[in-house]
Design a protein around this ligand. Structure first.
Ligand code: FEO
Length: 392
């Protein structure tokens, strides 16, 4: 794709990755993604903000075909989907200086072997004159790596935010046209990589909203012509109230756990509690992550195998612990054959979750009447706790 004009002397470049279905060999990409770069031609200096994956460097270099001189290459974030082509860009423009935060310098030297002499590091709030345009660099650490920063183009009121406010969507739309679609994709993106850092992201959010922003230009997905849409969404995801919702990731091997899950979901629904159920054998982990953003309670369903929880459940619990959702309650349900330490193992896997553990329900083999009664009580307890907390 050729460069696309955003405003006078400001262009989108990069790559729309329609076919990629798995990011970092971990994160599902149901709608592909994009790696956005931005070229700004000031009256005196020309700058490129961010690059693309290393194997896509040829695409970016072709878009730069008519750019004879590049004065600066800005790296807002060192992860390779944005930094990967830095060596190739610097090879084409050997006089260009690479502008980074001080922390990014060390990372890029390690990750890409960028030579010391290429770097200029910028402090928080430092500005760079391009002649008739001015870039201000704002340090926004831990969005989602320690070195991340954003850049504000003062005259045009554009905030180049890299991963911050990103969404994994492959689209020819330069700007958001369907906010509902982008809301879901951006929430998924926030849940998958930003949620663990929400406390520091909250501070960064307040920091950047003191700027007069007309457009937010992230390095994944379309740009936001109505910045308050995505800023308000982030405020809600970070700090908003929890929902009267149970997220229920589970596995069943011989249907006993599934019978318990089915009964339990019906019981919660009767008591006015919503449930999102995820079969970990087949689920899209991104959808599970979205639900974890604001669910009040997590209930894990698992059979016992090899004396502990099913390996897929271990994976789900590991992810939930790493993502640090806001949930306040957690319980475990499931079935076992002759013994094991399922509850102890799972409880030990979630130290990051600041939850009250509600008494688990484990059935020996096929669930009995007593087990169903215990599930009914568990549903009653959760409904009462949600009501007490005012979850809506
Ligand atoms: Fe889009 Fe953290 O890289």
């Amino acid at each position: 794709m050729k460069p696309r004009k955003i405003k006078d002397k400001i262009y989108w470049m990069g790559f729309i990755d329609w076919d990629n279905r798995l990011f970092d060999s971990l994160i599902p990409l149901p709608d592909g993604t994009s790696y956005n770069s931005f070229l700004i031609e000031g009256s005196e200096k020309t700058v490129l903000i961010d690059t693309v994956e290393s194997h896509l460097a040829g695409e970016l270099l072709a878009q730069l075909e008519n750019v004879s001189k590049l004065d600066y290459l800005v790296s807002l974030h060192s992860e390779q989907d944005h930094s990967g082509s830095i060596p190739q860009i610097l090879a084409r423009y050997p006089d260009a200086k690479l502008i980074t935060s001080p922390k990014a310098k060390g990372l890029l030297k390690d990750l890409l072997h960028v030579p010391e002499e290429s770097f200029i590091t910028v402090s928080d709030g430092e500005t760079l004159s391009l002649g008739d345009k001015t870039l201000e660099f704002i340090h926004t650490p831990w969005v989602h790596w320690p070195e991340t920063m954003v850049a504000y183009l003062k005259e045009d009121k554009i905030l180049f935010s890299c991963d911050f406010f990103g969404s994994h969507i492959a689209t020819t739309d330069l700007y958001v046209t369907d906010e509902a679609r982008v809301y879901e994709a951006a929430k998924r993106y926030y849940a998958e990589i930003m949620m663990p850092f929400r406390k520091v992201i909250k501070k960064n959010l307040e920091k950047i909203t003191s700027y007069d922003i007309s457009i937010i230009a992230p390095s994944h997905g379309p740009m936001y012509p109505r910045p308050e849409f995505i800023i308000d969404a982030h405020r809600d995801w970070i700090d908003g109230p929890l929902k009267n919702l149970v997220v229920l990731p589970y596995i069943s091997m011989h249907n006993s756990t599934k019978k318990m899950v089915d009964f339990f979901i019906a019981s919660l629904a009767e008591k006015g509690v919503s449930v999102e159920r995820f079969n970990l054998a087949v689920t899209d982990i991104g959808k599970l992550a979205i639900t974890l953003v604001d669910a009040g309670t997590i209930v894990i369903g698992t059979p016992t195998i090899l004396a502990g929880p099913h390996p897929n459940v271990v994976y789900g619990a590991f992810l939930a612990n790493a993502l640090r959702p806001k949930a306040q309650f957690l319980s475990i349900i499931g079935s076992y054959g002759w013994g094991g330490k399922t509850v102890e193992i799972l409880a030990g896997m979630i130290p990051n979750l600041k939850v009250e553990i509600i008494e688990p329900v484990l059935a020996k083999g096929l669930p009995s009447e007593d087990d169903f009664k215990a599930l009914e009580n568990l549903a009653e307890t959760i409904a009462a706790k949600h009501k007490e907390k005012g979850f809506k």
